[in-house]
Design a protein around this ligand. Structure first.
Ligand code: HEM
Ligand SMILES: Nc1nc2c(c(=O)[nH]1)N[C@H]1C(S)=C(S)[C@@H](COP(=O)(O)O)O[C@H]1N2
Ligand SMILES: [Mo]
Length: 397
């Protein structure tokens, strides 16, 4: 407060010499407004603590988001392991649930610092002005990530752009702007966070309330990935246990337009491409292979996940029967006529994994039509979008 007033007085002569009447009016206005920010919580200490928490949270979002991106789009040299089975479940759960818990932190931070918008003069020097201007992309990118992320998991596709692409590139903007911001503000953070305050203005109570709000959001959503708390997950769009055969569904068979094709008694699983023998297997033919049962989660990119028991045949047994190289690349294709998730790539670590099945059954019953009847892929450590349903072709390359 004291420093702000000193800079105000210093600025008055310069500005008022240029445009005396206007500037005096503006200054009066700003001073009037500034006087209204009476809460002492608009202070550097609160801003620093919230900034630290936000910095950690955005870093975690960035890292877990990149994991999700590169699992779905691995560069040629990259091979994701198929273990640990729950790795993606963990990283994407952290991404989405951690992102939701960040909302109160960001709102509190913006409330704490917004009086700075009216700071006069706006900058002490050109360099300082540039540093301050860089806060705008930071705030815009942070708000964009949280708002579009939440709209996406709420299935509210009100935006014209494709969510994943926009969210992906904005993540780099956010990371860059954040890096610059942290470098600029680090001296303040060190000064405030590492010293004890001389006054007590209810910072602890304020920060405690913000932390509690984050905690409530976490408690009411984490059950979408951690089933013991499923009943508390009232804010989550999907909950384990709800849906056909106790498992949520994102896209139903009707929605995918496969109801007729999937029920066709003439359905065959074709294995084709770079194979020694092409295969065309009926459900009965598939059942001649050794039957396997695995416990694996479906982990949606939207953060929800649910454990299930799958019965079927190992993808590797089918591929060995067709005769394929150990480092073959494999693509499974759905009966679905279009859509983003019609096919998925299965790299060697995944198709060779004994847990990777072409599933025919789920939780003790024949696979429900909505879960991919007659046959769907289920593999460990893999985003839900790559667990293709209604499979009818396996292409080897
Ligand atoms: C409430 C907050 C957030 C929610 C609900 C959210 C949600 C999501 C969802 C659902 C995806 C999966 C997209 C898909 O594969 O279809 C995703 C991916 C991603 N997120 Fe977020 N997100 C949030 C915050 C953030 C933040 C703060 C960052 C950056 C620091 C970030 C960076 C990313 C990245 C890089 C991806 C990968 C995109 C891709 O696959 O190309 N997210 N996020
Ligand atoms: N062919 C096809 N497979 C698909 C999808 C799809 O839209 N089409 N959705 C995927 C998504 S986003 C998820 S999360 C899982 C969900 O599987 P479930 O509906 O059996 O729970 O299926 C995946 N498999
Ligand atoms: Mo999904």
């Amino acid at each position: 407060m004291v420093r702000r007033r000193a800079s105000l007085t210093r600025a008055v002569p310069a500005v008022s010499r240029a445009v005396p009447a206007v500037s005096r009016a503006v200054l009066e206005e700003v001073r009037g407004l500034q006087g209204r920010f009476t809460s002492r919580l608009h202070d550097e200490r609160v801003a620093s603590w919230l900034g630290l928490a936000l910095g950690v949270s955005f870093l975690v979002s960035f890292a877990t988001g990149l994991v999700s991106h590169f699992m779905q789009h691995p560069p040629g040299w990259m091979r994701w392991p198929s273990r640990p089975v729950n790795l993606y479940r963990f990283t994407q759960g952290i991404h989405v649930i951690g992102g939701l818990a960040t909302v109160p932190l960001l709102l509190a931070k913006l409330w704490t610092v917004y009086p700075n918008l009216l700071r006069w003069p706006p900058a002490a020097s050109a360099a300082h002005g540039v540093r301050r201007l860089l806060v705008f992309p930071l705030v815009a990118a942070a708000l964009f990530q949280l708002v579009t992320g939440i709209m996406n998991i709420a299935y509210w596709y009100a935006f014209r752009f494709y969510f994943t692409t926009a969210h992906y590139w904005t993540a780099y903007v956010l990371a860059g702007a954040l890096l610059i911001h942290v470098a600029n503000e680090w001296p303040t953070v060190r000064r405030t966070v590492m010293t004890r305050p001389q006054d007590a203005v209810g910072r602890r109570a304020f920060l405690g309330t913000v932390a509690a709000a984050s905690g409530v959001i976490t408690l009411t959503t984490v059950g979408e990935a951690y089933s013991p708390l499923a009943r508390l997950a009232v804010l989550a769009p999907r909950r384990p246990g709800l849906g056909p055969q106790g498992l949520p569904v994102n896209k139903s068979a009707a929605h995918a337009g496969v109801t007729v094709l999937a029920r066709d008694p003439g359905w065959r699983l074709t294995v084709t491409g770079r194979v020694e023998r092409e295969l065309s297997l009926s459900p009965a033919g598939l059942r001649e292979l050794p039957a396997r049962t695995v416990r694996l989660p479906i982990t949606c990119v939207e953060g929800w996940s649910a454990q299930a028991t799958w019965e079927g045949v190992r993808l590797r047994d089918v591929l060995r029967m067709a005769g394929v190289d150990d480092d073959a690349r494999v693509r499974v294709e759905s009966l679905e006529p279009g859509g983003l998730y019609r096919t998925s790539e299965v790299d060697p670590p995944h198709w060779r994994d004994p847990l990777t099945l072409l599933a025919l059954g789920l939780n003790g019953e024949q696979l429900d039509l909505d879960h991919g009847y007659p046959c769907r892929l289920i593999a460990p450590n893999r985003p839900g979008v790559m667990q293709t349903k209604w499979v009818h072709r396996v292409v080897v390359s």
